[in-house]
Design a protein around this ligand. Structure first.
Ligand code: SF4
Length: 509
């Protein structure tokens, strides 16, 4: 039997089923996103260890070996022990930083690569304290170390300035009874004394703080087109509807005063309708405001917990590449330009200087979700070294038109968008058969994977031919992020006037 670790315990604190599944089933492969988060977390943990002078690090191939090594360090009089491991009656806890005091008294520090304390952090600590006390230690204090969001890098990162330490002892003490109840509940199912409910009982905990890894399994009993498929509806509302007997989109259509966007998604799905609903006056207004030359722009970024450049904060986005498509006139040739930074030095200044060379000085700039591109352009404009192109960068920002608005505001919608307004849903909804407009099957097919790939290049984790292929894949992915919006724009012009000629002719380079 696997040990009940902190992660397995917290996964199922509110749902015993989740912990039982975690203990008895094969673990799912961690998603790329989780891997990036955990790599970032690893770097934050390494820095946190430097906060405590003379700290030692526990290693070991098995949990039992780690526990033995912890005891050795305690007996050797070490004051700060990182990854200190403890086991009691199949409960296993690794403490990020243990402060050893005389007479089996200790203090615990939990390191989080977050900038705010979240409720579930207390539970992590509460479990560790529970295990430590069952191992015969007295815990005198419990702290959470989080990242100081106001930290600005200047040279080497000083851990004393990078971290904020929050006292969490009161919250952790209060949770001890709940931890005890939960551990008891898990044990009684494991021993066979109690059985799991035949049908899973859904709650907010299935989705928050993250979607439960067993959701795919638990949802098997849910009917097709369930309320859980409705996009952008709050979890509380979905759970409420579900347990009030409103289980499917069809049931939902019987609800009075249903929000228009939910009604639209449910109605078109229930009717299995293939029609595209258009608010024609708003679409025409949007299209009439576009000014040629039209440029489609997209950035990819990296956002490490530990700031990369002097003058930047934790998790600040740094542009790593761009793609630009330019159409000078209606029916003209679509030109493509791109740039992918060499991952060394401060690449932001050459990147910005190349950008202003390829983006026309007038005309509309179309983006998908303007917040990202607008903010990055402002940051690039304010960067020392970019003074000579500041006005050009700000001009690009001021000419931005957000194409996503058309779908966010449901000016245009069909059921193949599945309630979403992301380009990855909208594009195939217009062009289901166009292979060149599909993200599926691309080696890099989302922004997070692009970030992870650049992070690997930056850290030399991929080199040689592998690095060359990764760079090519990054460019291909970003290109679709600016070509796709042009294809969508063409479809919108066609919706506004079915006789309109194609918006562009495609070429590359
Ligand atoms: S999906 Fe929900 S009910 Fe199923 S195991 Fe996870 S938390 Fe429990």
């Amino acid at each position: 039997m696997k040990e009940i670790t902190k992660t397995r315990f917290t996964t199922g604190f509110t749902c015993v089923r989740a912990t039982i599944y975690a203990l008895t089933r094969k673990s799912k492969k961690a998603s790329q996103e989780m891997k990036y988060i955990s790599d970032n977390g690893q770097r934050v943990h390494e820095l946190a260890r430097k906060y405590f002078d003379g700290s030692v690090m526990v290693t070991g191939r098995t949990n039992a070996a780690r526990q033995n090594n912890t005891i050795r360090y305690i007996n050797a009089g070490k004051e700060y022990i990182c990854e200190a491991a403890f086991m009691s009656d199949n409960l296993f806890a690794a403490v990020d930083i243990l402060h050893v005091l005389p007479n089996k008294h200790v203090e615990v520090y939990e390191v989080k690569s977050a900038t705010k304390v979240e409720d579930n952090f207390y539970l992590d600590l509460a479990f560790q304290v529970y295990v430590l006390e069952h191992c015969g230690y007295t815990v005198d204090a419990a702290y959470i170390m989080i990242i100081n969001s106001e930290f600005i890098k200047h040279g080497d990162i000083d851990p004393k300035k990078f971290f904020i330490i929050e006292d969490a002892f009161d919250e952790v003490k209060e949770l001890q009874e709940d931890v005890d109840d939960s551990v008891g509940g898990i044990r009684s199912v494991l021993s066979g004394e109690k059985k799991l409910d035949e049908t899973p009982v859904f709650g907010k905990y299935c989705f928050k703080p993250n979607e439960c890894p067993y959701w795919d399994e638990c949802k098997k009993g849910i009917p097709e087109d369930s309320v859980f498929e409705i996009k952008k509806m709050s979890i509380d509302k979905k759970i409420g509807y579900y347990y009030d007997g409103v289980r499917t989109m069809k049931d939902l259509l019987g609800i009075k005063d249903l929000t228009a966007r939910f009604e639209q998604q449910a109605r078109l799905q229930v009717e299995k309708s293939n029609k595209t609903e258009v608010k024609m006056n708003l679409l025409m207004l949007f299209l009439s405001k576009l000014v040629f030359p039209i440029t489609s722009l997209d950035f990819e970024t990296i956002f490490d917990a530990l700031p990369l450049f002097d003058g930047t904060k934790p998790y600040s986005h740094q542009v790593t590449q761009y793609s630009v498509h330019v159409l000078e006139e209606k029916g003209g040739i679509l030109h493509h330009f791109d740039y992918l930074a060499e991952p060394k030095g401060d690449w932001r200044i050459p990147l910005a200087h190349e950008l202003v060379k390829v983006v026309p000085e007038e005309g509309s700039i179309i983006v998908w979700n303007d917040e990202m591109e607008s903010n990055r352009l402002m940051e690039l404009a304010d960067l020392p070294g970019n003074e000579d192109i500041r006005n050009k960068l700000l001009s690009i920002k001021h000419r931005i038109v957000d194409l996503m608005d058309i779908f966010l505001k449901r000016i245009v919608y069909n059921r193949f968008m599945e309630g979403s307004y992301s380009v990855k849903h909208v594009l195939p909804a217009f062009y289901p058969d166009r292979e060149d407009l599909r993200y599926d099957g691309m080696p890099i097919n989302n922004g997070m994977l692009a970030t992870i790939t650049f992070s690997k290049l930056l850290r030399g984790e991929i080199t040689g031919d592998e690095a060359a292929t990764a760079r090519k894949n990054l460019l291909t992915y970003c290109e679709l992020d600016t070509y796709g919006p042009f294809a969508i724009l063409d479809a919108l012009f066609h919706l506004s006037n079915p006789k309109s000629a194609p918006l562009y002719k495609r070429t590359t380079g």
